[in-house]
Design a protein. Structure first.
Length: 73
């Protein structure tokens, strides 16, 4: 198959902001699939203090600021 980490590995290896963003993204996708159709946009960048800024837009916008040291390795 493929050698990417599974969802459980990704959730457990990141910090609290990463896990919150990951959980929100999973919920948005599941809600959209249950509804039947949806649009979702994800963007990211590097902000002050080398923090990662993640924005998930799906009806509402959700912004997460994730410190570099909390990213999964």
């Amino acid at each position: 198959m493929h050698n990417e980490p599974n969802q459980a590995d990704a959730e457990q290896s990141g910090g609290p902001q990463f896990r919150e963003a990951f959980d929100r993204l999973v919920q948005i996708v599941l809600d959209g699939l249950r509804h039947g159709h949806f649009r979702c946009a994800i963007s990211g960048g590097i902000g002050k203090g080398n923090r990662r800024e993640l924005v998930i837009e799906a009806g509402k916008s959700h912004k997460f600021t994730i410190p570099e040291e909390e990213l999964p390795r």
